[in-house]
Structures are given as C-alpha cells and as structure tokens.
Design a binder for this molecule. Structure first.
Ligand code: UDP
Ligand code: MG
Length: 318
C-alpha cells in the first residue's frame, strides 16, 4: 500500500491544532488504498501546541518533530520532507486555510502521472486589500526578473511524489524560499484552484515587515538582477557626469567663468550618495546571503520527536 505523509508546520497553533486534526481526519479516513500518516512540525511554539501535539501523536497515524526554537515555516517544511518516508507527501497549514477536502483530488493528480499536484488560491478574501495589492506587484516583479516562474496565489499546499521530494531535499540551501524551489526543480505539476478561506482560529504569523523581508528574500534567492541594476545605475550616472563635465569645460571656454551653482552641486552629491548607498545595500543583501550560506548551519534542530518512539499502548486500542 502506498504511503502518504501529511506534513503540517505549526507555530503557536494551540487554538486550532485539535480542530485541524479532527477535520483533516474526516477526509483522510475516507481515503482507501493509501496509508495516511500525519507529521506535525512544532516550530518552537511558545504556547500549548507541543502538549496538544503529544496527545494527538499518541495515535498510531501521527508523529511530531519539535524544534529547539522557532526556525520558520521554511525550515519546518524541510524537516517534514526530510523525515517523510511516504511515496508522496502533502504540505499543509494547520489553520485549515488549506482545505483537507482537496487531498483526494491531489492524489488523483499524482495517479494521473503528474509529479506534483499544487494549489493556487482563486480568491484572496482572507487577506487585507493592501496585502493583496502588494502581493500582486511582488509576483509580477519577481517573475520578470528571476529565472523561475512563481504563479501568483500559489501557496505551499501541494502534494509531491518521491521523485520531486528528493529533488526539493537536494536543494539544501539554508535560506530557503520554497515557492522558488518548487518552481526551480520543475517536474510535471497539475494545478488546482481553491477558494480562499479564513483562518479557523488563532492569528496569522505574518506581520507587514515579515512579509516585506520575505519578498526581498524571494527576489535575492532566485535572481541576481538587482546586482546588475547596480552596475547599470553606476554606468548611467558616470556617463551623465562625463557629459556634464564636457558641457562645463566648453561653457567656461566659450562664455567664461560664472558663479558656481550651489544648489545643483548639493543635489548631485545627495543623488549620487543615495545611489551609492542603495547599491551597497543591494551588494550587502547578497553578501549576507553568501555569509549565512557558507556557514553551513543546520536548517533546523530537533528538540524532541515521537518518531521511532514506541506507541504500544495505543496501537492495541486502535
Ligand atoms: N508557521 C510555522 N513557523 C512560523 C510561522 C508559521 O511553522 O514561523 C506555520 C503556521 O503554524 C501555519 C503555517 O505556517 O501552519 C502558515 O502560517 P500563517 O497561517 O500564519 O500564514 P498565512 O496563512 O497568514 O500566510
Ligand atoms: Mg494561515
């Protein structure tokens, strides 16, 4: 029998985790011909999530891995895939924003011969208007300048076969940007649209600032276009400066010396200063990435886990 792992990153989800498990089970219990296994990743939650997971994971069909601290959802997804032993794996959020009812359709996709069944949100009613507008901009921009195509509204809710899981795991960068990774590895992907739903309970972990930093990561992880922008800006400015120099020399020869323009000098200094700082910042973004990457730090650290622990008492009951 083929095995499917359901990977669920959880960070401070104590309000919703039990509901998630019972709702998801309603769908997965009806799936026949597959062994379904839940793998919860507690991403260093500060609330009661871990205790609730421990109770859930007394069931034979669920395990948890608990990080030593919060490493972020990207790390949680990686840990899930790394510890998955299934023929396929699904990644889904704990807040029921990813409808479990889609899982049978996702299985069908894989059975049809696709390597991956991915979902994208047809609507974004659950998000603020500002977030939707900025997200649209971000995807347009990033798709223009990067080597990968990231469909707008595509979340991490997807099912992958073993071939694709291994490919994703082979991309062992520490600073992970999964949307880009999924697209970069390629493979045949079937897309399913679903209507946006609001979080069942609890709060989103994304502040505006976090989303902004995530966007910057997304751009720098899969594109070096900003570096090129720095050289282009530099060339344009030096060329203009040279033209202006010739103009001043000719003007001095023809009409003689006039009073120096204080305002234009200050403006130019500020302008060029600004560009220099901006380009240093862009360089800095990439250097920071290289710096973090060359350290080869682990993507996550496990604090405790139920994997390989015996669940004898409960297996008898179940
Ligand atoms: N999450 C995580 N680590 C984090 C932040 C979030 O594992 O540092 C999990 C969270 O528990 C949820 C999923 O990632 O299952 C999506 O998070 P959230 O619902 O806050 O994001 P949104 O749906 O608003 O994009
Ligand atoms: Mg959510």
């Amino acid at each position: 029998m083929k095995k499917i792992d359901i990977i669920v990153p959880c960070y401070n989800e104590s309000e919703v985790i039990n509901l998630f498990y019972s709702e998801a089970k309603k769908t997965t219990d009806r799936i026949t011909g597959y062994e379904i296994h839940y793998l919860f990743i507690d991403d260093g939650s500060k609330d009661d999530t871990l205790n609730k997971l421990k109770i859930i994971c007394q069931n034979a069909d669920a395990d948890y891995i608990s990080f030593s601290r919060n490493f972020g959802k990207e790390a949680a997804m990686y840990a899930g895939l790394q510890n998955s032993t299934g023929d396929m794996a699904v990644i889904m959020d704990a807040d029921l924003q990813h409808p479990p009812a889609l899982i049978p359709q996702m299985i069908e996709g894989i059975e049809e011969g696709y390597d991956c069944t991915a979902t994208h949100r047809a609507t974004r009613d659950g998000d603020s208007k500002l977030r939707v507008a900025l997200t649209n901009r971000f995807y347009n921009f990033v798709n223009k300048i990067s080597e990968v195509d990231m469909p707008n509204g595509a979340g991490d809710f997807r099912m992958m076969n073993r071939k694709m899981i291994n490919a994703v795991l082979a991309m062992s960068e520490v600073q992970r940007f999964s949307k880009g990774i999924f697209s970069w590895v390629g493979f045949k992907t079937k897309w399913i649209a679903f209507n946006d739903v609001e979080r069942a309970a609890g709060e989103t972990k994304w502040s505006f600032w976090k989303l902004f930093l995530y966007a910057v990561d997304g751009i720098t992880a899969f594109s070096t276009a900003p570096l090129r922008l720095a050289s282009v800006l530099g060339s344009i400015i030096s060329a203009s400066a040279f033209v202006y120099l010739i103009y001043i020399i000719l003007k001095t020869i023809i009409v003689g010396k006039d009073f120096p323009g204080y305002a234009s000098v200050v403006t130019l200094i500020l302008f060029i200063g600004g560009i220099i700082i901006l380009t240093c910042g862009i360089l800095g973004e990439y250097i920071a990435k290289i710096y973090m990457e060359v350290k080869h730090r682990p993507i996550y650290l496990t604090g405790e886990t139920s994997i390989n622990s015996s669940k004898e008492e409960n297996k008898d009951e179940g």
